[in-house]
Design a binder for this molecule. Structure first.
Ligand code: UDX
Length: 435
């Protein structure tokens, strides 16, 4: 099928490439010339395992092109809208300006029978409004939210846990479902569950899934706070409750809290939208989820200050990890980078290292000292902080690190190290919600 993908950020670039790898003819459109030029050269504009290879393969097949010229999307049977919906600069709601401009740009090229497929995360009610806008062109709208995780984006796109199609109730639903089934044929044939809903449900599935995940993380971080005053161990607690299949162990890792381009802004936008709809109290707990999450960053900063008897000025700290999670160069709302910046603001000398995220971090926090390796970061340090659980850090040998640094204090903000091994090597180990 001939497809266009409007917006080639994380979601769109991966979606365009994955669809081309399935044999569709895809044009990816973005207003950012630098991004389009990288993608046209077969280079992912961000760190995502496997994306470069898949891009090159699809491009060499001739099935995938990128452009800033939206008129090249004309003639595609299906137009995916995959632009970002960041937090508004003046509040908690979602900023829909990119969605609105994508639809405005599509309007002149839409033809009778075209399908516009919304993938962006939007406040409930948006799809209905956009469907009205495109109605006069004879095109139809489907809302098909995306659940991809950074680091697993290709896998999540090609082999998703489920597909959700939010369709209009005015008679074209069957046709629209069969078009999407055709696009996602391999996943459908592999038995991927497919849930067909109305627009509002599809929009809400996405935000409620993220709200649930955020709540799960903040729940265990709240238990970490309790553990910190009772001497309990939140990691063992998570293991023990996680054996209950109704609870499950995944997303119960206490630590520095969640960040990234999705969870934080999506729960805020959900709260803001619920308040607009007069049902703010239904999700008021998400405000608490957010507050617990932000307290974890404060807690890490306090642990570090405590290590300096409350006076971190001019003291040297190594921060290992800047990305919001491992296998990503994304530092949007990253708790790791936030802690590094807080330390810097408190007068500490921060030596920061990340296997992939230094360039993105430098743009946000240019004043940190960036190191090219763990060894360089820890050399001068008096305290070492593990802020993102990259494999490289999880596998560090305390004996080897001892040889290159004068520090003997390690703060494991992700609970990803073995406390016994570090203590046995003479380190003062401090975890999150662990004695
Ligand atoms: C998330 C959702 O998982 C995905 O379905 C949605 O489409 C986009 O948002 P992503 O932002 O890539 O994906 O990251 P995810 O793997 O969900 O992690 C989010 C944050 O939670 C990270 O900062 C991570 O470090 C943190 N986290 C995750 C924890 O602190 N503890 C956990 O147990 C799990």
């Amino acid at each position: 099928m001939k497809l266009s993908v409007i917006g080639c950020g994380y979601l769109g670039a991966v979606h365009a490439t994955a669809m081309a790898s399935l044999g569709h003819e895809v044009v990816g459109i973005d207003v950012d010339e630098e991004r389009i030029s990288l993608l046209s050269d077969g280079k992912a504009p961000f760190f995502e395992p496997g994306l470069d290879d898949l891009l090159t393969q699809a491009r060499d097949l001739g099935a995938l092109t990128f452009s800033t010229d939206i008129s090249l999307a004309q003639g595609a049977a299906v137009h995916f809208v995959a632009v970002g919906t960041p937090q508004r600069p003046d509040g908690d709601g979602a900023d829909l300006r990119f969605v609105d401009s994508a639809i405005a740009a599509l309007l002149p090229i839409l033809g009778l029978g075209d399908l516009v497929v919304g993938k962006s995360t939007v406040p409930v009610g948006t799809a209905g409004r956009l469907a009205e806008q495109i109605r006069s062109t004879g095109a139809r709208l489907v809302w098909n939210p995306e659940f991809l995780r950074e680091g697993f984006a290709i896998e999540d796109t090609l082999r998703p846990d489920r597909l959700v199609y939010g369709v209009t109730q005015n008679g074209s639903a069957e046709r629209d479902v069969s078009i999407l089934d055709e696009i996602y044929r391999p996943a459908i044939d592999a038995g991927t569950p497919r849930v067909v809903t109305d627009y509002a449900t599809a929009e809400l599935v996405k935000v409620s899934a993220n709200a649930f995940l955020a709540t799960k993380i903040s729940f265990i971080n709240a238990m970490a706070e309790i553990a910190e005053v009772t001497g309990a161990d939140v990691t063992q607690l998570a293991d023990a409750i996680g054996f209950d299949a109704r609870i499950g162990r995944r997303f119960l890792n206490a630590g520095i809290g969640f960040g990234g381009g999705c969870l934080p802004k999506d729960i805020r936008a959900f709260s803001a939208r619920a308040e607009e709809l007069g049902v703010g109290q239904s999700v008021r707990f998400l405000r608490e989820v957010d507050a617990i999450n932000l307290r974890r960053r404060q807690r890490v900063a306090e642990l570090i200050a405590d290590a300096f008897d409350g006076e971190p000025q001019d003291r040297h700290v190594a921060v290992l990890g800047l990305a919001f999670k491992p296998d990503s160069d994304d530092t949007r709302d990253s708790p790791a980078l936030d802690v590094a910046q807080r330390l810097h603001d408190a007068g500490a000398v921060v030596h920061a290292y990340d296997p992939a995220a230094i360039d993105t971090a430098r743009r946000i926090a240019p004043d940190l000292h960036f190191a090219e390796s763990v060894d360089n970061a820890v050399r001068e340090a008096e305290v070492v902080v593990v802020a993102t659980e990259w494999r490289e850090f999880r596998e560090m040998l305390p004996e080897s690190i001892s040889q290159v640094t004068r520090s003997r204090t390690i703060i494991d903000a992700r609970n990803c190290l073995d406390p016994q091994a570090w203590r046995a090597a003479g380190w003062d180990y401090r975890g999150m919600g662990r004695p």
